[in-house]
Write a protein that binds this ligand. Structure first.
Ligand code: GAL
Length: 364
């Protein structure tokens, strides 16, 4: 009993430290100091010292493949691609004998902070975190470092400098520039390189994901850059955030098709879910993909693969959920085995793959 009280007290103290950092300091500083003092005082009593020894023995970290407890934080469950990803992650971890708890951050960083703190309080052996906000990376890294928990970040890449703060931290993901470039190449590979009406320029709308996310920023930039690097002139008719969401993709495309009509030659979507929404709007407007308009996405969701095969999407780019999940587990296991990662070597990338009607069968 004494043991669990001590563990809880220490966990509470670190929880407060984290929420203080998350709120930018201020009012909870006093609470934190008080809690830290309480823990320090408790630890000076003989009983607590014994308990502390027991804690060390009891919580001896489990190595790779030893069936440890793994906490997984996903930015939100209601995201098509991250659903495929988290299912893959859970399957791989469970097949290797780990006990896995997956939490839904509900697109709320404060909620996710609590979930991370709870996992720390439960003394999980490792964490896999898909941050809600890239801007929260510093706080998340400080928290897991303070708790000394090996951590793999996925899907939202912090900077190399941010990661260098903790050597038991790795990022596994993809280089979003590559997916953007591939989207541009899909358009360049069409018979008129995207210039359907032959006026010498490619007129497009860009349906962006969450602009706070580097995937959205890079895909937006590099899809167009591939066209201009190939010497094409481009005209951006509209750029709007669709937050990775199918309904928003549909609404944006519907409004733009009503506003710009036949001027739109290409619809770039930062992901497939928004592209599927845009396709609904394209079909409702009586337009035909690959004939009078082009449409590209990223992720290779099952629904998008079907549309590529049917000719209703020009192409997509495989965002390899299985490969990234396997990479994340592999990185987690090296951390559990005691490997540390030097600054500048903390990002592990999985390649994107271009998906066209010619090779779509390989992905279905
Ligand atoms: C991207 C993916 C999007 C969305 C986003 C969430 O990599 O393409 O569909 O899941 O991650 O951060």
């Amino acid at each position: 009993m004494r043991l669990s009280r001590k563990v809880t007290a220490m966990a509470m103290a670190s929880m407060m430290v984290f929420s203080m950092t998350a709120c930018g300091g201020g009012s909870s500083t006093q609470e934190t100091t008080a809690a830290t003092q309480a823990v320090t005082e408790a630890a000076t009593t003989e009983a607590a010292t014994e308990a502390a020894k027991e804690t060390v023995e009891e919580t001896e970290a489990k190595g790779a493949g030893e069936g440890g407890n793994i906490g997984v934080c996903i930015y939100k469950f209601d995201d098509a691609f991250m659903t495929t990803y988290r299912n893959a992650l859970q399957d791989i971890l469970e097949s290797k004998g780990y006990t896995v708890t997956v939490m839904d951050g509900k697109n709320d960083q404060a909620e996710q902070n609590n979930q991370i703190n709870n996992f720390i309080a439960q003394e999980v052996d490792a964490l896999i975190i898909n941050p809600v906000m890239t801007s929260a990376a510093d706080q998340i890294i400080a928290t897991v470092k303070d708790a000394d928990i090996p951590t793999v970040l996925i899907n939202r890449e912090p900077t190399a400098e941010q990661m260098s703060a903790y050597d038991k931290l790795v990022y596994v993901g993809c280089d979003a520039r590559q997916s953007g470039t591939m989207q541009g190449e899909l358009i360049l590979d069409t018979e008129n390189k995207g210039d359907i009406n032959g006026d010498g320029k490619v007129s497009y709308i860009m349906i962006q994901g969450d602009p706070e996310n580097v995937d959205a920023q890079y895909r937006t930039e590099f899809s167009v850059k591939a066209l201009t690097d190939a010497g094409m002139e481009v005209e951006e008719l509209d750029l709007q955030r669709g937050d990775w969401d199918r309904n928003k993709g549909q609404e944006i495309a519907q409004n733009d098709l009503a506003k710009f009509g036949d001027e739109i030659e290409v619809i770039f979507c930062n992901n497939d879910d928004m592209a599927i929404g845009a396709l609904q709007a394209i079909q409702a407007a009586g337009r035909t993909v690959n004939k009078d308009i082009y449409l590209v996405g990223v992720d290779a969701l099952d629904a998008a693969l079907n549309e590529v095969a049917n000719g209703n999407m020009t192409g997509t780019v495989l965002n390899d959920a299985n490969g990234q999940a396997a990479g994340a587990v592999e990185a987690m296991e090296s951390l559990l085995d005691g490997t540390t990662f030097a600054a500048g070597e903390q990002s592990i990338y999985v390649d994107y793959v271009k998906v066209t009607p010619e090779n779509v069968g390989d992905f279905q």
